[in-house]
Structures are given as structure tokens and as C-alpha cells.
Design a protein around this ligand. Sequence first.
Ligand code: ADP
Ligand code: MG
Length: 411
Amino acid sequence: MATKIRRIGLSLGADICWPICYEELLKKLDLSISDGKSTQRFEVTRVQIEPFDLRQSCQYDVLIDRLTHWFHTSREWIKKSILMDDLYVFNNPWSLQSMEKHTSYCAMMRLGFPIPKTWLIPPKSYVESPDLETTLQRYAKIFDLGEIGDSIGYPLFMKPYDGGGWVGVSAIQNREALLEAYDRSGTRVMHLQEGVKEHDAFVRCIGLGPQCRFVNYDPDAPLHDRYRTNIDMLSESDKKMLADMAMVINAFFAWDFNSSEALRSNGAWQLIDFANACPDSQVTSLHFHFPWLIKANLRWSIFCAATDRPMHANLNWQEYFEIADQQKPFKEKLADYSKMALDYFEYDRFNEFCERHLAHLDDVAHEFFGSEIVRDAIHQKVATLYPEHEIDEFTELFWSRIQDWRRLQTA
Ligand SMILES: Nc1ncnc2c1ncn2[C@@H]1O[C@H](COP(=O)(O)OP(=O)(O)O)[C@@H](O)[C@H]1O
Ligand SMILES: [Mg+2]
């Protein structure tokens, strides 16, 4: 039988730890997957940034990308490769580039998702441009910010409409603080969002293809402790609802890899931030959950490469809206959306594929995450982030959490 090489590319920025683990574990899996006509082998390489002829071919079948959202040369090479060479990319670059927080709120509000009351307000000041003065004089309506704040209620959150990474986010307790925060907000277009009060759970749902991981998140803890290591904090019905919502968001926007943030207050979940289509993948944040990410990434990328999964560059929003417009409870609509999302991610075929071809992954990963390669990858990452005198201590901390994961024999 002929051998076919499936090429997976990693388009990387400052990433250190996860690519090392991805590459090494792929090697250890030593895959040979027959598709009836040929034996497929898998190779992974790191993509270089270089000039390119628009008509030159692309050597990759699948690309895991970490640059599109900010690095234009790579973004445009990726778009060209999807359009001209059928490259499959995590994530759809058009969708990643244009679907910021605001778009994701509107789309999911339309589908009926529980999202706190949110207003968009024009910015406090503007960058000069030729028609600015005339436009503002003619059409910028004077508004009473205090009144909008009162109608939303306090506490509320002021945050950039396209935000990410906690930049420009403020918790606001009263009208005075709102006016002050607006005065400081400069040229950024802001949302004002009702605060989810007295929440007793904060969960990040990390989606990778049809796979989902729930992480208990503590935003007030120091960076290395924000991802908590307890994994049994959710009931089965909570898990089902959160997984359904996360999968629908990801399928709707064609995001293979995204994380959604949900808060629970009085037994009800609210989604506050779910356009994070380049989620934190570093061992220094994920530690205990890091092996899950590497395994999930391998499973989904190998599946996409081996099955020639087509890139879905066109989105099918209308089909979701048709369900949204039906007169029935949200629970039933969510079940319908979820079915579409699981079809989109080929849930059944993916699981069969994993059972058949990747059954050894868990054992190989279990051994690998106890190896010196992993300890060294952690050390390399820690050395870029921590002061000299803390490098050993934090390397040991993240290593020990991964060893806890191994001991627990969990996913
Ligand atoms: N509506 C809200 N209710 C309660 N807390 C919120 C709300 N919005 C934001 N926060 C808090 O602020 C943090 C940052 O806001 P978020 O919307 O996640 O922005 P970013 O995209 O910058 O992560 C959240 O992790 C949460 O702790
Ligand atoms: Mg967030």
C-alpha cells in the first residue's frame, strides 16, 4: 500500500511548551492509519514567515494557528491557502478577525442564550479624521450616561466592545464611578454590561473540535492559580448545558478552538465572554489541564488531516436563526442548535475515529507527561516568564500538578 504523508503545520508566536509536547507526543504515537487506499503517516513542522507567491502551493493539510488574530502576513497566507489549496485551519481566519465580543453577544442573544443586559456606547473621544467634526456635529446625539447606567443597575462592567485579555475592563459600583471611568476610556468603544451578582461558579469551557473541558476559574487568584484543579464541580445537567452552548458558539463561528466563560448565579448560568478564539495554551496557566489540551489538539488535528475535513469558510447562520425564530422554549432550541453543532464537528465520526486509531493515546500520553521532555518544556516556558530566583520553584509547581493529573488517571 502506498504511503501518504499528512502534513500538520504549527503557526506560532511566543508559544514554547505546547508545541514541544504536541510534536513529541505525535512522534511517540507513531501513527500509521490506513484509509483503504494508502497508509497515512503524520508529520508536523513549524511554519516560517516569508514572502510568498499567491499561486505557490501549500504543503500542509492542517494548520494550527496562533497568529491570525494579530499577525497580518500569516493571516493573509492562511486565507490564500484556504482559498487556493484547501488548507484546513484552526480557526477560520475571517471569522476570527471580524467576530469580536460584540458580534458574538448579538448572535447568541438572537439564539436566546443567557447573556447579561449589555449596551454599547460611543467613545469619549476620537482620533482626528477629515469628516469627524461634521459627522459628530450633525448626528452625535447628546446622551445621559448616568441614566443608561441606572437603567442597567450596579455593579456593572465597562469593557471594550472588541476586548480580550482583561484590557480596559472596569467593575463599576455607582453612577459617579461610571462617569469617571467613561472619562478615562479615551477612544475605545465600550460596552456597559450588567454585573452577574453573587455568582457561586465561574467556569471556562474550552472547546477543541467536538471536545470540551470545563475548568473552574478564579479570576482573583494569582495567574498560576486561576485555573483551579478540582474537576468535579458541575452536575451532569450543568455540564450538558455548558457543553451544548460552547459547541454551538464554536460551530456557529467555525471556531475549532475557543473558550467560553460562564458564571452561575442563583442556579442559572450567564455567558459573559465567549469570543476567545486563541485561548491560553500555556502550561503556566493550564498546568493540571495542560495534558488534556495537548491530547485534544492531537485528536482533532489528526482527525482533520486523516479525513481531509473541508474548511467551512462560509457560515450557515440562517439555519440557526430559523430555529431561533420558532415558538418554543430555549431548552428545546438549544437541543436543536446542539444537534447542528455536533453534525458540524462530525461528533460520531470523530469518536469512532479516535476509538479505532487513537486508542493508545491515553497510555502514551500518560507515560510521556512523566518524562524529562515535559519537565524541560515547562522549564523553558517558566524561564521566559518568571524572575531567575523563581524559575525552579515554579517549574516544580507546574510539573507536580501534571504529575497529579497522571496519578488521577483522568482525561
Ligand atoms: N457581566 C459580568 N459580571 C460579572 N463579572 C464580569 C462581567 N463581565 C466581566 N466580568 C469580570 O471581568 C473579567 C474580564 O471580563 P471579560 O468580559 O471576560 O473580558 P476579557 O475579554 O478581557 O477577558 C471577567 O473574567 C470577570 O471576572
Ligand atoms: Mg474573559
